[in-house]
Design a protein around this ligand. Structure first.
Ligand code: NAD
Length: 379
């Protein structure tokens, strides 16, 4: 069985799907690995590191695509690469099947078996494959570091001979994996932190990190689905949240927003009017920008200044932390691969809950109902 590691085609991507450590594990399990020359450079891994781990190196991308049985990726392959895939091969990565199912069309037609890391069910057995959590952890940390660096103020409380500097006030919206990491990072830097989430369960976690939880009475509304994710809220419930947020945002130095609802546009939580009430020099870091953004004034992929407030809307924040983002992602992928590789051969047990949940397409057919519905909605 041959696994090919390619250089990511997306121009702003710095991560690599599998690191040399992962190669060592796979080679130890009887798998052959070829890496496209330079694939790991941006994440700190040289061709020599890959060779030392047991991979061979090639400059022939087309040949890699045409011979590999498994192609682990970070992002969806461009159509021209999908055309070259060996028939029946396996592609696994962040395939965005609910956001842009059309981008997978060519590989589906070629009969590839596609696994989406976004669709790995969040069950206990799959925790070591939870790539969304890995990336959210990196994103939450990096957002606070960039915000702290850009803020024209210090984060911690400082008592100096020249007087006392009060701690920065940070507001975190959405207290899932990224939000909790943002809270922990901001607290470590000495900020005073408040957070809001629609899921009541998030309140305890926020408080355990030393932050204040903003309570909003939604009249007993069911805000969480079976999978522990937030549901899409009614306009009225969203508005109640926005009012509480507006009050806290007015006095915040930094607002980090992370709120998402899987498969939907990110909820709008900060109106432009609220931005205009914030103090000049304050910062909004919108981690939900790739899903449309939590702030009305966010421009996905850009940093803008609106009436003195800087709004970051990065499209690929984890690519700014490529070494550890690649390390975590690669470990998640290797754990997944171990489910489908037995004694050096591909063995795909479609009855396995993790395999069934994450499989998007096989044998020329879309096999995931949500993805099929998303494709139909776009047709
Ligand atoms: P996410 O990235 O989908 O969303 C981030 C946060 O935004 C969530 O906490 C969500 O509740 C919140 N949110 C959505 N709409 C909102 C709104 N209108 N107002 C305020 N907040 C809003 O979520 P995530 O970080 O991937 O995790 C979501 C849940 O899954 C959490 O309960 C998390 O603990 C759980 N989880 C479980 C596992 C596991 O069991 N293996 C792994 C990771 C996460």
């Amino acid at each position: 069985m041959l696994v090919a590691i390619l250089k990511e085609a997306r121009p702003d991507e710095t991560r690599v799907a599998l690191t040399p450590d992962a190669v060592k594990t796979l080679v130890g399990k009887g798998v052959s690995v070829v890496v496209e020359s330079g694939a790991g450079l941006n994440s700190g891994a040289t061709d020599q590191d890959y060779t030392a781990a047991g991979a061979s190196v090639s400059n022939n991308r087309a040949e890699l695509l045409g011979t590999a049985d498994v192609v682990p990726v970070v992002n969806v392959l461009p159509p021209a690469d999908q055309e070259k895939l060996k028939s029946g091969s396996v592609v696994i990565g962040f395939l965005r099947p609910l956001d842009d199912p059309g981008a997978l069309e060519v590989s589906v037609k070629r009969g590839a078996t596609l696994f989406s890391m976004e669709l790995v069910p969040r069950i206990t057995r799959a925790q070591s494959m939870d790539a969304l959590s890995s990336m959210a952890t990196v994103a939450g940390y990096k957002a606070v570091i960039i915000a702290a660096d850009s803020l024209p103020k210090l984060f911690p409380l400082l008592m100096t001979a020249a007087g006392t500097i009060p701690p920065a006030k940070v507001l975190v919206l959405g207290a899932g994996v990224a939000g909790l990491q943002a809270i922990a990072t901001a607290r470590r830097l000495g900020a005073v932190v408040e957070a809001y989430d629609v899921r009541a369960a998030a309140g305890e976690q926020v408080k355990s990190l030393g932050a204040k939880f903003i309570e909003v009475d939604l009249g007993g509304l069911q805000t969480e689905d079976k999978g522990g994710y937030a549901k899409e809220l009614s306009p009225e419930a969203l508005e109640l949240g926005r009012q509480a947020i507006a009050k806290a945002a007015k006095v915040a130095d930094v607002v980090i927003t992370t709120a998402q609802v899987p498969g939907r546009r990110a909820p709008l939580m900060i109106s432009t009017a609220t931005v205009e009430e914030m103090r000049p020099g304050s910062i909004i870091f919108d981690l939900a920008a790739p899903a449309g953004g939590n702030c009305e004034a966010t421009k996905p992929g850009e940093t803008v200044v609106h009436k003195g407030v800087t709004i970051f809307g990065p499209s690929n924040i984890v690519a700014e932390m490529p070494v550890h983002a690649s390390m975590l992602y690669s470990r998640n992928l290797v754990n997944f691969l171990q489910l489908i590789v037995k004694k050096g051969e591909l063995v795909i047990d479609r009855a396995d809950e993790i395999i069934a949940g994450s499989c998007v397409a096989t044998g020329g057919e879309i096999v995931n109902d949500r993805v099929a519905a998303a494709l139909k909605a776009r047709a």
